[in-house]
Write a protein that binds this ligand. Structure first.
Ligand code: SF4
Length: 107
């Protein structure tokens, strides 16, 4: 076995590792890039009457001083007064809404 073969084998191993990592990253990247598009173009507001919303005591306008915009799970949509929340995938919540899954952002 020559030094060139070792380099070639190493390059093949490196290439295979890179391909394996890329295959794992592509679906995550596609998911990450699809969320803002849905929020900006097609996403509907969470229906307060949906079973999940009712189960979490979701309200569109919080009256307890805690609001979605202060929640760790809230990801604002740029230029909008609503954002994404992982509790309600594919939908958006108003910045002033609230549910019982509220987690205060660290100060
Ligand atoms: S978990 Fe509840 S309070 Fe937090 S952003 Fe989502 S809906 Fe709002």
């Amino acid at each position: 076995m020559t030094a060139e073969m070792n380099v070639s084998q190493m390059n093949r191993r490196s290439f295979n590792k890179l391909v394996a990592k890329s295959v794992a990253v592509v679906p995550l990247a596609a998911l990450a890039t699809s969320l803002p598009l849905r929020a900006e173009g097609e996403a509907a507001m969470v229906d307060p009457e949906s079973p999940t919303a009712k189960g979490l005591q979701y309200v569109v306008a919080s009256e307890n001083g805690d609001v979605c915009s202060g929640c760790l799970l809230y990801v604002p949509v740029e230029g909008k007064d609503h954002g994404n929340c992982s509790i309600f995938p594919g939908q958006v919540v108003p910045a002033g809404a609230w549910c019982s899954a509220y987690q205060a952002k660290p100060a």
